[in-house]
Design a protein around this ligand. Structure first.
Ligand code: TXA
Ligand code: MG
Length: 325
């Protein structure tokens, strides 16, 4: 159900959930200080209670309302990338709801850049906890239609058009000592973060000291999956071979391809060989192929190089590597 900005604000203030556009993916938002509103997010998404939520704030000055400390490294990252597709995980103040923290001692914060998300935050004066607006483990939504097809037509949605970044934010945790760790890759790359932070990632230190790496809750191996079984291929020749085998055994398939080359004879979606463009269209393309109710979706993987890290991460969580490739 599409709602206006004013209707969304009234619903959120009344302790209801509303799906909202952000530049990354649509979020299922609720007042981050209202536990009964937050509980509705978990019920609607069928999400396990120990998965923490990202709190969306209107600007960096609000970090102090949620975190005990805003280390210099985190400040530099906020200054460089907010508003935008970066989430900072920082030590949480004691008043921060357990539901938001998922039982952790930290809180995840993000200042979204989408104009409607900004309007909502500024006009409502609320901070909004919002996970992606899809059922647990399913594909994230990048349009209002995706939200409705995953969560049902009765969910209130603010329609902000298709998301521009297209995949979830980069998550970086920064501890009180100012060490940082990449918890989820995104279109703001590890290299971008390293340059702005001015120090290397903690993981490198932890590895040499053989210490435990902080856990990153909610990062399931099989996340972001379409309903149709999805197979990943390192090269197009093997993908085409597989499509022929499927055809010969009477099974239907669709293929998501990156860049030019030979084409398999099945339903095709082809994306330009460009990481930001593929990220923008990735979930949309998978949603489209999923809706065709085929027997298999075959996906050509981009090369394993840093500029493709975020797209590779999401694809590897969405499907299985075809063993023959
Ligand atoms: O782009 C995005 O980040 C989108 C939009 C809506 O902002 N949100 C999003 O939320 O992707 P979600 O719930 O699908 O993923 C949030 C993830 C959790 O699964 C968890 O991995 C991490 O953020 N997270 C949240 N709070 C954390 C914490 N305190 N410590 C460690 N990880 C945390
Ligand atoms: Mg999600």
């Amino acid at each position: 159900m599409r709602v206006s900005l004013d209707q969304a604000i009234a619903l959120l203030k009344a302790g209801e959930v509303v799906a909202i556009p952000t530049e990354t993916v649509y979020g299922l938002a609720a007042d981050a200080t209202n536990d009964s509103a937050l509980a509705k997010i978990f019920t609607l998404k069928q999400r396990p209670a120990d998965h923490p939520l990202i709190v969306h704030i209107s600007d960096a000055s609000q970090v102090h309302d949620w975190a005990t400390i805003f280390p210099k490294v985190a400040m530099k990252l906020a200054h460089a990338f907010w508003p935008g597709a970066l989430t900072l995980v920082l030590p949480a103040q004691s008043h921060v709801s357990r539901v938001v923290r998922g039982g952790e001692v930290t809180v995840a914060l993000r200042v979204p850049s989408h104009p409607l998300a900004q309007d909502l935050l500024q006009k409502s004066g609320l901070s909004l906890a919002a996970p992606s607006a899809n059922l647990f483990t399913q594909l994230s939504p990048t349009t209002a239609e995706h939200v409705e097809s995953s969560l049902g037509a009765t969910v209130p949605v603010v329609d902000g058009g298709p998301c521009q970044v297209g995949i979830e934010s980069t998550i970086v945790s920064v501890n009180a000592a100012g060490d940082w760790l990449l918890l989820r890759p995104g279109m703001i790359s590890e290299t971008d973060i390293t340059i702005v932070a001015g120090i290397p990632q903690l993981k490198k230190l932890l590895r040499t000291q053989q210490k435990a790496i902080p856990r990153s809750p909610g990062q399931h191996a099989l996340h972001y999956s379409p309903r149709t079984p999805l197979l990943l291929f390192k090269d197009r020749a093997t993908l085409i071979l597989e499509s022929n085998l499927l055809k010969n055994s009477g099974l239907s398939c669709g293929a998501l391809l990156i860049g030019i080359g030979d084409m398999p004879s099945c339903q095709l979606l082809q994306l330009e060989n460009n990481p930001p463009l593929v990220a923008e269209q990735l979930y949309s393309a998978l949603h489209k192929l999923d809706a065709l109710k085929l027997d298999r979706i075959l996906v050509e993987l981009p090369p394993i190089i840093p500029t493709w890290a975020a797209v590779l991460d999401r694809l590897n969580r969405a499907g299985f590597k075809a063993h023959s490739s």
